[in-house]
Design a protein around this ligand. Sequence first.
Ligand code: CP
Length: 313
Amino acid sequence: MSTLTWRHKDLLDTENLSPAEILHLLDAAAQFEEINTRPVKKVPTLRGKGVILFFAEASTRTKTSFDVAAKRLSADSFSLAKSGSSLSKGESLKDTALTLEAMAPDIIVIRHSSSGAAAFLAERLACSVVNAGDGWHAHPTQALLDAYTLRKHWQGKMQGKSVTILGDITHSRVVRSNIHLLTRLGVKVRLFGPRTLLPRGVHNWPAEVAGSLEDAVKNADAVMCLRLQLERQQAGLLPDLSEYASRFCLDQKHLELAAPGAPVLHPGPINRGLEISSALADAPQSRILYQVAAGVAVRMAVLFTLGTRNEAP
Ligand code: CP
């Protein structure tokens, strides 16, 4: 692992990470990935540390992998969901956070439907805060695990590679965190989606916007599909779903336009047959389940880095 001194109390987005800091986390994750292949998948690294998983929005991958990551590092992890918490009785986010901090955790991992919720907590709490997804704003550990997956596929070479990201760009915190992270590592990003699902100002992002699915995928070194976020759609943004699938669903024939061996990523959960064909989701080029495995190693790296940042090397 590199000897870089970690300067951040929190992980709120990829926007304020330097290339050296990103590579430090990815290198740490590579070491933790090995632990996940052992018969006994546990090390004492964070023994005595407490991690609270505060998920006020649904999650399978992120919540479970943070929990697995904490336990594999021997930290004590505690989960709180919106339903079953006093948020459902009207307690404010601030009071919930102060209540959790009174139990002396070292790290709080939060997912919330409001953009800025993680930063709101980070400003008020002394413990580290990790953003596990806030509204449309950011999902830094997803971007880190995506970069980890690509770096492994490309055998360490990121500079000059290209990634095409397809689908519901407007509502995606994943695309925003990925653009910051990938461009810092020298990766070119190309976007394509329905005009109504491209955010205003997208042409000012450090990414190319393609005019068709075929142009978007052509010669790409990797293709990432985004989930159509049906729960965040406003009326009128979309034609009907079968029309969406016929124009925007990635399948094997589109992937043949990409660079040879280009992998397909998806942050999940997937809508089979809507943004990605079911056959492609299960095809050898799909890295979707590897992304989930990488998520454990990356989240171990994040918890380790934040949980030990005040300790002498
Ligand atoms: N990719 C992702 O954030 O998945 P979950 O919503 O299942 O955590």
